[in-house]
Write a protein that binds this ligand. Structure first.
Ligand code: MSP
Length: 669
């Protein structure tokens, strides 16, 4: 019976354009999927987009679009990009598709019917960016994962009985295969050991989500909705026999690949939901680290993203795929730079594999009229030939073992050690000198050397195929071997290169990149950033590890009479904000602590307006906020923006506002 293999990426939020951080997860999965197909498994590779929730609703609002329009645009960007990158996914699920919505509702019903869901009231902090409830946080606390200020949520919700799964989850983690790498597993174990609280799994203060069955005032919590994609895409909850069969065949997933910041959702909530639904849990969750750029996690809000398209335009998809898997040690964070990318490309691909292919195949063309020569079995065979064969056999074994442990970087290192060994072998055996001689011994020695080099090239090419599908397919056909996708990888062994094979047309596969490639990519990125800055409304600036802060709210009177240019004014980012929470600051008579929704995120602002406004009168009011003011700390709390007010003669502030209704997040200019 054919072995099946089911692998998933997380589904990507549609609030941000795709960047190479997203590409990293997808490439890792694509590589695994391609290897599994060559190993003969019936493989299903799933990716898609995560389109519901408050974060998307707000991003759409700030962009002046409906959430559906907004999601349509960005989801299409992901889909097109994966196509351009040669990603071989078998399905692309969108959480706004009907098939998904119906099946999520079926899951919710099942959990409710089986007694795992009850109604209650949630009061606590919520991080909209992570779409996560933050246990134990106080109003004004930042999210421990992303650093943004959490929002206070008080609403009637449905709860999932997560607390009853503590022991079963701990028993699950006893299996070391469930969470990889080990360090992440230990974190999850200590989190679960410290006690689990029931989880709110619906929201009722906004509408962009899947309605709770029979109670449409609530929408299903976006993480329950999103996690379920892994089963809805392959047919869970469908009454269609074909879909049911697919589900039976592919579930449980063999590998679910994720980034480290979403481990809790995948390793705690997800298996608990599955257990409650009476389903098996995935076999392995693999958590990778982050791609850093300019020393912090690449992300839209930090404004430090690198677009995948830039690299595809200049060096091609295979260069990026190879670089990310070779350079980043799986499980750890890794830095991206254009310099490192081009350096790696030149050393390992242009001068490494590319050079090995072109010099070997060119010499076979020149000296053997383009036919793979017969190696000598007689006296002209040396220990060096056997050493290459032995090194290749070892590489096949080690590469597979490392790869299957997600140690892509070490696996590639092993394969490239073989490339280096063959290069050395070629230099030491001087085939070009042998080719100048006509005696039989030299001819026979030349045949052996070029056969050995070509066979080693074939083996490295076969191993590297899942990582660089396009380039290796070209080398394969230059070797005269046809379609690389037909390769039976499990049978790969030394000595299979058919003698006398007629080579295909030999062409360079990795042309050398010069310094201008780096400059070109940097320029393309700068131009793109410039274009994004003029996009209206722009993304709200940044919270790095520490949230931004700003002073209390009272306006400054500008230096009288001094004129400023329109460019000076344009530097001030004024936005419409909606006050979500307002409360007094203990022991500070003048200060109020506000949580202000500015469309793309919610800011904590400390405002000196407590003597003029009672906090409860501000909730739901639209205000004007200076959104790009440098951060400040007041009374030990972060203030992140400034509320604009007129200052009366007695010093009393009067908040600026609007006579007409204005969308939250709109820019004033
Ligand atoms: N929508 C959720 C996942 C739901 S799965 C049921 C989400 N989306 S995301 O778009 O923010 O992230 C998707 C994947 O991209 C995650 O695995 C995340 O770790 C990865 N990356 C996003 N930025 C990244 C880097 N800078 N570096 C490496 N991977 C990163 O989370």
């Amino acid at each position: 019976m054919t072995r099946k293999f089911y692998i998933t990426t997380p589904i990507y939020y549609v609030n941000a354009h795709p960047h190479i951080g997203h590409a990293y997860t997808t490439i890792a999965c694509d590589t695994i999927a391609r290897r599994q197909r060559l190993l003969g498994a019936e493989t299903f590779f799933l990716t898609g987009t995560d389109e519901h929730g408050q974060k998307i609703e707000r991003a759409a609002q700030a962009a002046g679009k409906t959430p559906q329009q907004y999601a349509d645009t960005i989801s299409a960007e992901f889909r097109q990009l994966w196509k351009r990158m040669g990603i071989s996914n078998d399905d692309f699920i969108r959480t706004t598709e009907d098939r998904h919505k119906r099946r999520v509702q079926a899951l919710f019903r099942k959990l409710r019917d089986d007694g795992y869901i009850y109604k209650g009231t949630y009061t606590g902090q919520y991080c909209v960016s992570c779409e996560a409830y933050i246990d134990g946080a106080q109003p004004g606390d930042p999210c421990p994962t992303c650093g943004r200020i959490t929002e206070t949520v008080r609403e009637d919700n449905y709860f999932f009985k997560l607390s009853t799964f503590q022991e079963r989850l701990l028993a699950l983690y006893a299996n070391p295969e469930f969470i990889r790498p080990e360090a992440r597993r230990n974190e999850v174990i200590s989190f679960v050991r410290s006690g689990l609280r029931d989880l709110s799994i619906s929201r009722s203060t906004f509408t962009w989500g899947i309605p709770v069955p029979d109670d449409p005032k609530h929408v299903i919590y976006v993480w329950l909705d999103a996690l379920a994609n892994y089963i809805t895409a392959i047919g869970y909850g469908s009454s269609h026999p074909g879909a049911q069969e697919a589900f039976k065949k592919f579930w449980p997933a063999d590998v679910q690949m994720i980034g480290k910041e979403i481990v809790r959702f995948h390793c705690v909530y997800w298996p608990a939901f599955l257990m409650a639904a009476g389903l098996e849990v995935p076999k392995t969750i693999g958590a990778h680290g982050w791609l850093l750029f300019e020393e912090s996690k690449m992300s839209k809000s930090r404004g430090n993203i690198v677009r995948t398209e830039t690299i595809l335009d200049v060096l091609g998809a295979d260069a990026l795929r190879y670089f990310l898997l070779r350079e980043v040690v799986f499980g750890q964070d890794g830095s991206f730079s254009f310099d490192a990318l081009v350096q790696r490309y030149n050393s390992d691909l242009a001068n490494g594999l590319g050079n090995l292919a072109s010099r070997t195949l060119t010499m076979i063309n020149r000296y053997f009229r383009g036919e793979v020569p017969y190696p000598s079995r007689g006296a002209s065979k040396t220990g060096a030939d056997d050493a290459v064969a032995e090194a290749a056999r070892k590489t096949i074994r080690e590469f597979g073992a490392l790869f299957d442990q997600f140690q892509f970087s070490r696996a590639l290192e092993t394969a490239w050690a073989l490339v280096a060994a063959v290069d050395k072998y070629i230099v030491e055996n001087e085939p070009w000198a042998l080719g100048e001689r006509q005696d039989e011994d030299s001819r026979s020695r030349l045949a052996t050397v070029l056969y050995t080099a070509a066979e080693a090239l074939r083996i490295v090419t076969a191993l590297a195929y899942p990582v660089m599908p396009e380039a290796t397919a070209k080398i394969w056909s230059q070797l005269g071997l046809g379609d690389i996708k037909k390769l039976a990888l499990s049978e790969l062994a030394w000595g299979q290169l058919p003698l006398g094979t007629k080579l295909g047309e030999v062409q360079p596969v990795f042309p050398r990149a010069d310094k201008s490639a780096i400059e070109r990519m940097q320029k393309m990125e700068e131009e793109q950033k410039g274009a994004m800055l003029t996009e209206a409304p722009a993304a709200a600036p940044v919270l790095t590890s520490v949230p931004q802060t700003a002073p209390a709210a009272v306006p400054a009177v500008s230096a009288a009479g001094e004129k400023i240019s329109i460019d000076d004014f344009a530097k001030i980012e004024l936005r419409v904000g909606l006050v979500k929470v307002a409360e007094r600051v203990p022991k500070a008579d003048k200060l109020l602590r506000l949580e202000v929704d500015i469309g793309t995120e919610t800011r904590q602002v400390l405002a000196g307006i407590a003597e003029a406004y009672a906090p409860e009168t501000l909730i739901g009011r639209k205000v004007v906020i200076v959104a790009n003011l440098a951060p400040r700390k007041l009374r030990g709390m972060e203030s992140n923006g400034m509320i604009v007010a007129a200052s009366l003669e007695d010093g009393k502030p009067v908040l600026a506002g609007f006579l007409e209704d204005v969308p939250v997040g709109a820019r004033l200019k």
